[in-house]
Design a protein around this ligand. Structure first.
Ligand code: COA
Length: 326
C-alpha cells in the first residue's frame, strides 16, 4: 500500500507586513531583505491561531478531496508554535472538523515537520493502520519572533497548509530523513514556561528574555541546507531508482531564495523545477511545503502520474526528502 494525495488546502492570514513597513521598526531595508532572502512580504496572524489556521487548511483539503471528515482516521499536525500544548492541535482540529473517527497527534520537527508527517502517514498506510489521513503544517511564527532582531524577524511568516492522503494499492517510495542533534545550537528557542509556571506569552514582548525567542546562526543554517538538501534528494532518488528527468517538481521548504537556487545548481536542475512562493509568505516553517503544494494544485500545475520530490530542513538539525506520484 502507499499514500496518494487526493486533496490539498491552505490558509494564510490576510494581514500583510511588507519589507518597507518592517524597516520602519527594525534597522533593515527592502533591498537587503530581497537580495539576501527573496522575501518581499509576510502574512501575520491577527486573530488566527495555529489551531484555527490548521482547521481551515484542513477543511479546505477535505473539501478538495471530496470526502467526509468522518472518513479521516489519522490527523497529524506539524507545528512548533502552537498556543496550546494540551490538548494537542490535532485533537482541536479533529473537534473543529468533526473528524470523529480519527486519532490525532502533533509532531515537532521544525521546518522538516511536514515531510516527516507525510512519511508517518505513509508508514501508517503501508502497515494497514490507516486508510485516509489529514496531514497539516501550521505555524504562528510571529509569536516566537523577536521583532527587534533584524537577523531573524525579516525571515518568518504565519500560515497553514494541508493534504489528504488515501491508501491505495501500489509500491510506496521510501523516504530519506535525518537528524543531527550535535548541531542543534544553530537554531534554538526555549519554552516560554519558566520554572514558576508563569507563561511568558502573557507578558509584553519587551519583557520576554532573548532566549525565549528563536535564535539562529544564519550562516551555519545556510551552509547546512545547501550541503544536506541536495545530498538527501540524491539519496532518496537513488534508493527508489528515480532519475532526475522523471521528476517534475522539487518542492523545497521555503526558507530563502538563495538556498533554493543553490540546491538547484548543485543538482544541475533548471529553476523551473523549483517552484517558490517565499516572496509572498516568508519562511512559514512546516507550513511552507503544503502551502506551496496547494498553490501548485490550484494552478493545475501538478499533472497526474508525475513524480514530485519534497525536501525539508531546519532546527534539530533535521532534514529529509520524500517522493510521491501525483
Ligand atoms: N537588514 C540589514 N542588515 C542586516 C540584516 C537585516 N535584516 N540582518 C543582518 N544584517 C547585517 C549583519 O549585521 C551583517 O552586518 P556586518 O557585516 O556589519 O556585521 C551583514 O548584514 C551580513 O550579515 P550575515 O548574517 O553575514 O548575512 P547573510 O548573508 O548570512 O544573510 C541570512 C543572513 C539570515 C539571510 C542568511 O544567513 C540565511 O538566510 N540563512 C539561513 C537562515 C534560514 O533559512 N533559517 C531557517 C531555516 S529553516
Amino acid at each position: 500500500m502507499t499514500g496518494v494525495i487526493i486533496g490539498t488546502g491552505s490558509y494564510v492570514p490576510s494581514y500583510v507586513i511588507d519589507n518597507n513597513e518592517l524597516s520602519q521598526f527594525v534597522d533593515t531595508s527592502d533591498e537587503w531583505i530581497r537580495e539576501r532572502t527573496g522575501v518581499e512580504r509576510r502574512h501575520i496572524a491577527s486573530d488566527e491561531t495555529v489551531v484555527s489556521m490548521a482547521a481551515e487548511a484542513g477543511r479546505r483539503a477535505i473539501d478538495s478531496a471530496k470526502i467526509a471528515p468522518e472518513e479521516i482516521d489519522l490527523i497529524i499536525v506539524s507545528t512548533i508554535s502552537s498556543d496550546v500544548i494540551l490538548p494537542c492541535a490535532a485533537c482541536e482540529v479533529q473537534k473543529a472538523l468533526g473528524a470523529v473517527n480519527a486519532v490525532g497527534f502533533d509532531l515537532n520537527a521544525a521546518c522538516t515537520g511536514f515531510v516527516l508527517a507525510f512519511n508517518t502517514a505513509n508508514a501508517y498506510m503501508m502497515s494497514g493502520l490507516c486508510k485516509k489521513a489529514l496531514i497539516i503544517g501550521s505555524e504562528c511564527l510571529s509569536n516566537l519572533t523577536n521583532w527587534k532582531d533584524r537577523r531573524t524577524c525579516i525571515l518568518f511568516g504565519d500560515g497553514a497548509g494541508a493534504a489528504v492522503l488515501r491508501a491505495e494499492e501500489g509500491k510506496a517510495f521510501l523516504p530519506s530523513a535525518h537528524s543531527d542533534g550535535t548541531k542543534g545550537a544553530a537554531l534554538t528557542m526555549k519554552s516560554r514556561h519558566d520554572r514558576n509556571g508563569i507563561t511568558k506569552e502573557i507578558l509584553p514582548q519587551e519583557m520576554i528574555k532573548e532566549e525565549y525567542f528563536m535564535k539562529m546562526d544564519g550562516q551555519a543554517v545556510f551552509k547546512f541546507a545547501v550541503k544536506k538538501v541536495p545530498e538527501v534528494i540524491r539519496d532518496v532518488m537513488k534508493s527508489n531508482d528515480i532519475k532526475q528527468e522523471d521528476v517534475s517538481y522539487y518542492i523545497l521548504h521555503q526558507a530563502n531564495r538563495r538556498i533554493v537556487e543553490a540546491v538547484a545548481k548543485r543538482l544541475d536542475e533548471p529553476m523551473e523545477k523549483f517552484p517558490m512562493n517565499l516572496n509572498e509568505y516568508g519562511n512559514t516553517s512546516s507550513a511552507s511545503i503544503p502551502i506551496l503544494l496547494d498553490e501548485l494544485n490550484k494552478k493545475g500545475m501538478l499533472k497526474k502520474g508525475k513524480l514530485i520530490v519534497l525536501a525539508g530542513f531546519g532546527a534539530g538539525l533535521t532534514w529529509g526528502a520524500s517522493i510521491f506520484r501525483w
